[in-house]
Design a protein around this ligand. Structure first.
Ligand SMILES: O=C(O)CCC(=O)C(=O)O
Ligand SMILES: [Fe+2]
Length: 502
């Protein structure tokens, strides 16, 4: 297994809840520490005050003071023992228990990967919805106002990510905003957190250099004395590092035409298509018609409502949950988490039919599509968390690996939505400017191939918008073309670019 089992903080509210509770616990631990320190401070203050009284009395009349027998006695006695005792007291460690507590709990802290995941998640949302820093600080995303805000440090990590992606103008916006958000009363805290204004400004200057705005870079560096004195050295350093190649596959594509349909400002063009009860595809539907909506005729895309019961959804979710894994891609050297799809996926076991619910799903798919299903369909449950998305893609492969060779390519897709997504997470067909919101019980069915010819239909290009509020769980099922051999015309040799090409 390429990954050590990570806690999935983005998809699991339970794990985030643990974090929140741990944060709270650590905060009370800190309060205890402060209290301990404070009571030590109080003792020290008492001591200082006790010593100060006779010293003040002696001020300016030392001779007279020392001729007093009481004073002489007290001074000698006090000097003999009190400071020695105080030194012992000062040396006693404060907050040993609390320090140890933090150290023990550190095992449960999110890793660097987790933190990077979270920054990338918010980045996908920002990019998709064109959220400017000032909106995010007010909690406004895609026209929805969320409670809460972000800090200078949060802004900095977003700016830093944009810098790594080579998106320098974006980085400038977030880094400048981070600088504006710095709060002087927290400077000493920033020091402890190893975050400081020179870090923000030097990265900002570096972005300006990348953008050929050398004067802005210089002005930025001159704003802080410790950077100003090295400004020319820094500038030439930044110039020497300029245009370092950034790997594009590090970032999700999130094309503008895709993002634009994801935004709440997008409205589907009114279709003059039908919404009706499908009572004809199979005999079963004559008894229990399904509510069907045609979204597009070419390519053919329909939506059905209330197809699975709550219990059926819960059953699949429960059984597939332990099989969930992060989607990974092999880059020739190692497995890394795929930036094309940021979600967890679970393949539903195909071999043994030990999940009776799957038979019912298969039958329901047959009812909706009228297609012949002579085996358990390949199905994958996908769970998207905060910021989870799927870049635009086609469901067919158009390459010849064994499954495709024996079963044909993915002729049609059936997508079950298992829950209502509070905000974001719609399925979007970019060529058709079509957005399908994720709603519980809904099923999306479309053909990836053209009716007569079985040519692959690139108009079916689609993706899943980043989830903003809540999570999203879907079940993707694929119908391969050779299963249809006897009821549909199938592929013609030569109509696929790479088909059967060894
Ligand atoms: O989650 C979605 O909305 C789309 C899923 C999808 O495109 C797929 O599984 O191929
Ligand atoms: Fe897909």
């Amino acid at each position: 297994q390429p990954f050590h089992p990570l806690k999935e903080f983005l998809t699991s509210k339970a794990h985030r809840m643990e974090l929140l509770l741990l944060d709270r616990e650590l905060n009370s631990n800190l309060e205890e520490y402060i209290e301990e320190l404070q009571s030590k401070v109080e003792v020290l203050q008492g001591f200082a005050e006790m010593i100060r009284t006779p010293l003040d009395a002696a001020k300016g009349k030392e001779e007279e003071y020392l001729s007093n027998p009481l004073h002489s006695f007290r001074l000698i006695r006090h000097m003999h023992e009190d400071w020695r005792q105080l030194e012992k007291f000062m040396r006693q460690p404060v907050g040993k228990i609390q320090t140890k507590f933090i150290k023990e709990k550190a095992k449960e802290f999110p890793s660097k990967e987790d933190a990077d995941d979270a920054t990338e998640a918010i980045y996908r949302i920002i990019l998709t919805h064109g959220v400017p820093p000032k909106d995010l600080v007010q909690g406004i995303i895609d026209g929805v106002r969320y409670n809460g805000s972000i800090s200078a440090i949060d802004c900095f990590s977003i700016g830093n990510l944009l810098f790594q992606y080579g998106e320098y103008s974006g980085a400038v916006a977030w880094l400048s905003y981070s600088f504006d958000l710095l709060e002087p009363e927290y400077y000493s805290v920033y020091d402890v957190l190893k975050f400081n204004s020179s870090e923000v400004l030097s990265l900002l200057a570096r972005c300006f250099v990348e953008l050929d705005r050398e004067e802005d870079a210089r002005t930025t560096l001159m704003a802080l004395p410790n950077l100003a004195e090295r400004s020319e050295d820094l500038l030439s350093l930044y110039k020497s590092k300029r245009h370092v190649k950034v790997s594009r596959d590090l970032q999700p594509a999130l094309y503008e035409e895709f993002a634009q349909i994801c935004r709440s400002s997008h409205q589907n063009k009114p279709s003059r298509l039908h919404c009706r009860y499908n009572a004809t595809t199979t005999h079963f539907l004559r008894l229990a018609p399904l509510r069907m909506e045609e979204l597009s005729l070419d390519p053919y895309i329909v939506v059905y409502h209330n197809v699975l019961s709550e219990a059926e959804i819960a059953k699949v979710e429960r059984d597939a949950e332990p099989l969930l894994e992060r989607s990974v891609v092999y880059d020739g050297k190692s497995y890394t988490s795929s930036k094309k799809r940021t979600a967890l996926g679970a393949w539903i076991p195909e071999e043994d039919n030990h999940w009776p619910v799957l038979n019912r799903i298969n039958i329901r798919i047959h009812d909706m599509t009228g297609l012949k299903l002579n085996r358990q369909l390949p199905m994958q449950m996908i769970k998207y968390g905060f910021g989870g998305h799927y870049d635009v893609h086609n469901d067919y492969f158009n390459v010849s690996f064994p499954t495709i060779k024996y079963c044909g390519d993915r002729m049609a897709t059936v997508l079950f939505y298992f829950n209502d997504v509070r905000h974001g997470g719609s399925t979007v067909f970019t060529s058709l400017q079509l957005k399908v919101p994720a709603e519980r019980g809904k099923v999306l069915f479309w053909y990836n191939m053209r009716g007569e010819s079985h040519d692959l239909d690139d108009q079916t290009l689609h993706g899943a918008c980043p989830v903003i509020g809540g999570t999203k769980t879907v079940l993707s099922c694929w119908i391969h073309e050779f299963d249809q051999m006897f009821i549909q015309p199938t592929y013609r040799r030569g109509n696929r670019k790479f088909f059967f090409h060894e």
